[in-house]
Structures are given as structure tokens and as C-alpha cells.
Design a protein around this ligand. Structure first.
Ligand code: ADP
Ligand code: MG
Length: 689
């Protein structure tokens, strides 16, 4: 149960003044549905102004507050021209206050000729004339403008304004209670940090390193504490040592020898699984590095030792593909492999559930359906999680609770994340790296083309198809909106265009198609019947069709490097040379351009990931969307690096030496921060375990 003191913070924003039905959507878009969300919507930056007595004292480009006498209004002759209010400072310097469009109405009202006004804004120069375009504030008395010397600037969504958000923040601050202190007392004193309530207020009022650090620390601490609680509860649960004798693996007839990195990883996994404490290992390997075979070998080990194994995939599409691949590869071994997804209903589902319960199914592949309450296993020994960053920590935890004893866990990811972040996101976890690609892979010829070459590209696709090869066409990301309606509209439009040209050779796959349609489309493409697959980013993870050797990505600059790398990894899987065409818009930001350059010059996922972090800078949040990792929404990368050790050490001390949440002095406060920062899955495991 959430501590009572947090009730006002988890109240819906609907209850705040000035929120009508019109604001609901824009707020939801920013994720600001509860008071706590508004409080944690920290300013992106601040405008800091300086009060000057005259403009001689101010530099061009500077944010100033200055008193001006209004001299004259000058409307432009053309209707769309600027509306200028000429004003003079204390020394007689003339400055134009310039307005465009409707804003001129405000100017007429606010700036009567012959009067004095305090004006806040950015001083510019136009020709030889000083000017302020659209002043931020105009006040009759200086104090009013002075009150805005430091002004927070918030991230907005369509329909919201800065003053609106500022007002919501102020109301939320009034409702924020003083919370019990969860930071260890001597650390709290040493760092000189403000209390939570002070910190959250200060963070909205101006640049304040201590306040920001404290809030970041809270997040790291809550996360570390939750992970630590889980680990503790896992440790108390027994694992089962599994030692395969090789009798199944010997029967495998792989069409290729394993790489050194694959063999090494398999050995590391075997070593872990032979222990009685449950394995928790992350297998990191770039796209195409061959993680699936490692998973198969590990699962066979479990089956050899008399246990069952389950493999979890993030999408239906991937689950089906894995099922097919594993079944084909494992055929000579005679193990029973089943597929279970949310779509299986009735008899078929019942019979799979029976098989899992009586042990006649050795390996099950599926989506999260395989871990629902109703699914019981005879003896689940190993859980493999593919593309693990797609799953929340809480989902992963549910899996660990499935077996009679805690099963071993192997998480796999193609997202190369630095060690610090592995630790921050997953707690203490062993890592195996597939740092060697299977031999014979050819470099993918990557080119950047302006979007106005579309005709040529369509022609090239035609030639490509005639040569018997297949192609992916990835549609632009129009918006980051949750529903992605616009993305789908763009994909439908492109599909219609290509279909007109190439007929039934083209299929479309996106997230909102009926599952059967999606499967049918994928299946036709995988079987080589369809030659071009038009898709939104649903094909990002895992799809494996070696005959597809051309990839077109529209508006490539809008994708992050890691995502582009994943997408490109869909080609270059067979023996034929592959090509990736990155189409860019006519207007390209500097970062966008750098990204595309990097994509052209490198095919190393680890390098690209590091460059990606650099491009985004140390101030970047480690939110889910950007990095693909579930992560931190308050702490920046720089703060994670600086504060994580402290947070880990304190969480460890609290859990291992001070009795954890049962500690009479700190327990309640610790519970509070877990709920406040929505790491309450840490509390839940306690109950479950
Ligand atoms: P990922 O790591 O991206 O999941 P996959 O497991 O899908 O990669 O493997 C990519 C492709 O490489 C598959 O077609 C697979 O059969 C092939 N492959 C895997 N290991 C080897 C190897 N040692 N030698 C040659 N090909 C391999
Ligand atoms: Mg894979």
C-alpha cells in the first residue's frame, strides 16, 4: 500500500485550477497526469535576465529588463510586416519593440505613447537599430518585471503555454508535503542537500546544483534499493543447479561452427547454471552476432539436466520467428518445443498448458503470455529473455517467481550499454559479450540520399526485385506520439504508392494491423513471395530474412543511432552484398547530419552507442524513449556516473545491515521514496517472496 503521506502527490492533475478538458490531452502527452508528475517536470533551462538602467550597458543578444519611454507606434504598410513600437531609454537610445501578426494588438494596449514601461526580453540588432522582438514581459511597475529575472522554461506539448505550466507547478508545490527523510543522515549533512520538499521547489526556481543532485540521488537510491530488495529476496529463494551431460547438444547439426565468442559465452552460462544460486546473466551482442544459438544451447543444457526452459520475446512476430528457428535447429535432438502467445485460445492453449504442467513440453517460446498466472510449469529451470530492454523490471521479476525454485535467468540484448548503466538498470548482473561477428559477413554499403531522389530509389527497388532479391522500406517516424497514428498513415500512403507500381509484390506491416494480417504479411515476405516489406519500426528487432538485401529508411535523421543500427541490422545477413539507403529531409539539423555521417562510417554497434551518448550530451536524460533502456527520468548521465556508487552503497547497507524496510528509523522513509519514484515493485517482491 502506498504511504498515506503521498496521497496529495498522486492526486490527478484534473483537480488543479485552470485544467479544463482542453488541457487534458496536452498534459497527458507529457505524462503529467498526477501532481507528482508535474513536480518532476523540471525546467529544461532558465532565462536569466539582467536589469540595466540604459541600453549602453547591455550587449546584443543579452536578456535584459529595462525601463523605456514609449515614443511612437509604426504599423507596417504590408499586412504581414512588423508592427514597431519605438521607445527610448534613460540616455535617449532608441529601441524598437517589434511585433508580428496578432501580437500587435497586445502591443497597442500595453504600450501607450508617452508612458514609461519596464520591458523584459532579448536585445537584438536589426540594421543599425536596437530592437526587442516580442518582449517576454511588459510591466507598468518595475517590480512586476523584476519578479521574472529568472524564469523557468519547460518542455511543452501542443496546446500548453509556459505560464500555464508555471501555474500548475506552483499549485502542485503548494500541495507538496514535507516527506520523511530517506537519505542516510551523515551523508545528508555532508552533502548539504536540501530536504525533498525544498529541493523540488528550488529546482523549479533557478539553476540549483544541490537541489538537482538531491532529486537525482533520490531516483538512483530508490532504484538501487528496489534492485537490492529483489536480489535479497532471490537469494533467500533457492536455485537449482543444472548440469547438462551434452547428450542433446551432441545431436545438434548446426550449419556453421560456433564463433569463439559464442563458445565462451556458452561456457560462462554453463558455469553459472551449475551453481545452486540462480544465474542472472546479461548476454550483450550486436545485431547479427548470433545470440539465438547461444540461447538454444543454454536451453538444451537445462533440458539435459531434466528441467524446462522458457524463452520470452517482446513481440508476437519475434516469438513466432524464434519458434520456427529453434524448432528447425533442434529437430535432430527430439526435444519438444511449443509456442504460446496471447493469441492462443481454447483447446490449443489448454493442451500447451497441460504439456507445461506435466513436463511433456521441454521448451516454450512466447510472449509475456507464457508467464501469466494460469501458466504453471513442472520444473522451470531457465528463463531466456530476448531483447530484454523491451521489458520492465517488474515483468522480469514476475518470471523469476515462476518456478518452484528460482529459475536461472539469461537476458539478451543488442543494445550495447556501458557498464555503469548495466549496473544502474539491472543491479548486480554478470555480463557475457559476443564481441565477434560470425565470419563472412560483408559490410553493408550505407548511403545518405536526399528525399527528392525518391523516383530514382523506387526505380532501384524495381531493378533489385528483378534480380530476385528482397527489400525493406521503413517509413518515417512522423511523431513520437503514443498511438503513432500519423506514422501509420505515412506507412499506408507509401505502401499505396509502391503497390501501384509493383502490385502484389509489396506487403505492409505495422503495429495496428490485425494480428493475422501482420503474420500473413510477414510470412509472405519470409517465404520470398512478397519482395518488398513496407513497415513502421515494428521490424526493428530481430527479424531475420537473409534474402532481403536492400533497406530504405525514410527521414533517417529522426531516428536515434542505436535504432538506425538495429534497423540496418535487418540486412547484411546472407552471402549477398547489402545496401542501406538513408533518406534525409531537406532541412537537417547538425546532430541529424552527424548521426547520418556516423552511420555511413561505422557498423560497430558499441561504437555507435557511445557516439550516440556523446551526441546527446551529458545533460541528456536516460529516459526510455531515447536509449531504449528503461531508465532514469530525473538523473542525467553525468549524475548517474557521479552519484550511483553512493546510492548503491547506502541501499546495500540499509538492506544488508539495517534490516531494510523493517528498520524503525529509516524503513518508512525508504518505503516512501520507493512509491514516490514508482519503484514499488521492490516492495512487491517482498510480499511475493
Ligand atoms: P542476433 O544476435 O541478432 O539475435 P541471430 O541469432 O538472429 O543474431 O543470428 C543472425 C544470423 O547469423 C542467423 O541467420 C544465424 O543463423 C547466423 N549465425 C549465428 N551464429 C553463426 C555462426 N557462428 N556462423 C555463421 N552464422 C551464424
Ligand atoms: Mg535476436
Amino acid at each position: 500500500m502506498r504511504p498515506e503521506i503521498l496521497i496529495p502527490l498522486f492526486a490527478e492533475t484534473d483537480g488543479l485550477d485552470g485544467i479544463g478538458p482542453k488541457l487534458k490531452k496536452p498534459l497527458e502527452k507529457l505524462g503529467l497526469t498526477r501532481v507528482r508528475d508535474v513536480l518532476y517536470h523540471l525546467p529544461e533551462r532558465f532565462v536569466v535576465r539582467r536589469a540595466v538602467t540604459d541600453l549602453d550597458d547591455a550587449g546584443v543578444g543579452e536578456q535584459v529588463v529595462v525601463a523605456l519611454d514609449i515614443v511612437e507606434h509604426r504599423a507596417s504598410r504590408s499586412p504581414r510586416g512588423p508592427y514597431r513600437v519605438m521607445a527610448s531609454d534613460a540616455k535617449g537610445n532608441i529601441c524598437a519593440l517589434t511585433y508580428f501578426g496578432r501580437a500587435s494588438y497586445t502591443a497597442k494596449k500595453q504600450l501607450p505613447v508617452g508612458e514609461k514601461r519596464w520591458v523584459a526580453g532579448r536585445l537584438d540588432q536589426y540594421d543599425q537599430m536596437l530592437q526587442i522582438v516580442h518582449p517576454d514581459h511588459v510591466a507598468e511597475k518595475s517590480e512586476q518585471a523584476m519578479g521574472q529575472m529568472v524564469e523557468p522554461i519547460y518542455r511543452l506539448s501542443e496546446g500548453l503555454t509556459q505560464p500555464r505550466i508555471t501555474s500548475l507547478v506552483e499549485q502542485s508545490l503548494e500541495r507538496a508535503p514535507e516527506l520523511p527523510e530517506w537519505i542516510e543522515p551523515s551523508m545528508f549533512r555532508r552533502e548539504g542537500w536540501p530536504s525533498w520538499r525544498q529541493a523540488i521547489a528550488q529546482a523549479h526556481k533557478g539553476e540549483n546544483a544541490k537541489a538537482r543532485d538531491r532529486l537525482a540521488y533520490d531516483e538512483l537510491f530508490a532504484n538501487a534499493l528496489a534492485l537490492m530488495l529483489v536480489r535479497e529476496s532471490n537469494r533467500k529463494r533457492k536455485g537449482q543447479p543444472l548440469q547438462g551431460d551434452g547428450h542433446l547438444r551432441d545431436k545438434l547439426q548446426l550449419p556453421f561452427p560456433l564463433t569463439g565468442a559464442q563458445r565462451r559465452s556458452i561456457d560462462e552460462i554453463a558455469g553459472d547454471m551449475a551453481q545452486s544460486s540462480p544465474m542472472l546473466r546479461l548476454l550483450q551482442g550486436d545485431v547479427g552476432a548470433g545470440k539465438t544459438v547461444v540461447a538454444l544451447e543454454s536451453m538444451l543444457m537445462a533440458v539435459e539436466a531434466g528441467a524446462q526452459a522458457a524463452m520470452l520475446a517482446p513481440t508476437e512476430l519475434l516469438a513466432r520467428q524464434h519458434f520456427k528457428t529453434l524448432r528447425d535447429m533442434a529437430r535432430p535432438t527430439g526435444v519438444e518445443i511449443a509456442l504460446l502467445t496471447g493469441r492462443d485460445k481454447g483447446r490449443a492453449r489448454e493442451s500447451i498448458l497441460m504439456g507445461l504442467l506435466d513436463g511433456s513440453i521441454d521448451i516454450v517460446v512466447g510472449t509475456h503470455a507464457i508467464f501469466q498466472q494460469s501458466v504453471a510449469y513442472k520444473n522451470l529451470g531457465l528463463v531466456v529473455i530476448d531483447e530484454q530492454h523491451r521489458f520492465g523490471v517488474s515483468q522480469r521479476l514476475m518470471l523469476a517467481q515462476k518456478g518452484r525454485v528460482t529459475p536461472h535467468t539469461l537476458a539478451m540484448t543488442a543494445t550495447p550499454i556501458p557498464r555503469t548503466l548495466v549496473l544502474a538498470n539491472h543491479g548486480e548482473m554478470e555480463v557475457s559479450r559476443l564481441d565477434e561477428l560470425p565470419p563472412g559477413r560483408q559490410a553493408i554499403d550505407t548511403r545518405v540520399l536526399p528525399v527528392d531522389r525518391l523516383e530514382d530509389i523506387v526505380a532501384a527497388i524495381g531493378r533489385h526485385m528483378e534480380s530476385g532479391q528482397q527489400a525493406y522500406w521503413v517509413c518515417p517516424m512522423v511523431r513520437d506520439s503514443e498511438t503513432m497514428d500519423d506514422d501509420i498513415a505515412a506507412a499506408e500512403a507509401r505502401y499505396a504508392g509502391l503497390k501501384e507500381r509493383f502490385g502484389d509484390d509489396v506487403v505492409l506491416v505495422h503495429g495496428q494491423l490485425a494480428p493475422e494480417q501482420k503474420d500473413a504479411g510477414m510470412a509472405r515476405f519470409a517465404a520470398g513471395e512478397a519482395k518488398v516489406l513496407v513497415a513502421t519500426t515494428v521490424i526493428e528487432v530481430g527479424v531475420d530474412v537473409p534474402n532481403a538485401t536492400l533497406m530504405v529508411i525514410e527521414q533517417a535523421e529522426r531516428f536515434g543511432l542505436a535504432q538506425l543500427h538495429q534497423l540496418r541490422g535487418r540486412v547484411g545477413r546472407g552471402s549477398e552484398k547489402s545496401t542501406c539507403l538513408l533518406l534525409r529531409s531537406s532541412e537537417l539539423s547538425e546532430t541529424g547530419q552527424k548521426r547520418l555521417e556516423l552511420m555511413k562510417s561505422s557498423q560497430d554497434g558499441f561504437l555507435l552507442a557511445e557516439e550516440d551518448l556523446k551526441l546527446r550530451g551529458g545533460g541528456e536524460l536516460l529516459g526510455t524513449r531515447q536509449s531504449g533502456e528503461e531508465g532514469f527520468s530525473i538523473a542525467t548521465l553525468e549524475q548517474v556516473t557521479r552519484l550511483l556508487d553512493m546510492a548503491n552503497a547506502d541501499a546495500k547497507m540499509l538492506v544488508e545491515q539495517q534490516g531494510g524496510l523493517a528498520n524503525p528509523e529509516r524503513g518508512e522513509a525508504a518505503r516512501t521514496v520507493l512509491y514516490l519514484l514508482e519503484r514499488d515493485w521492490g516492495v512487491q517482491t517482498l510480499r511475493g517472496g
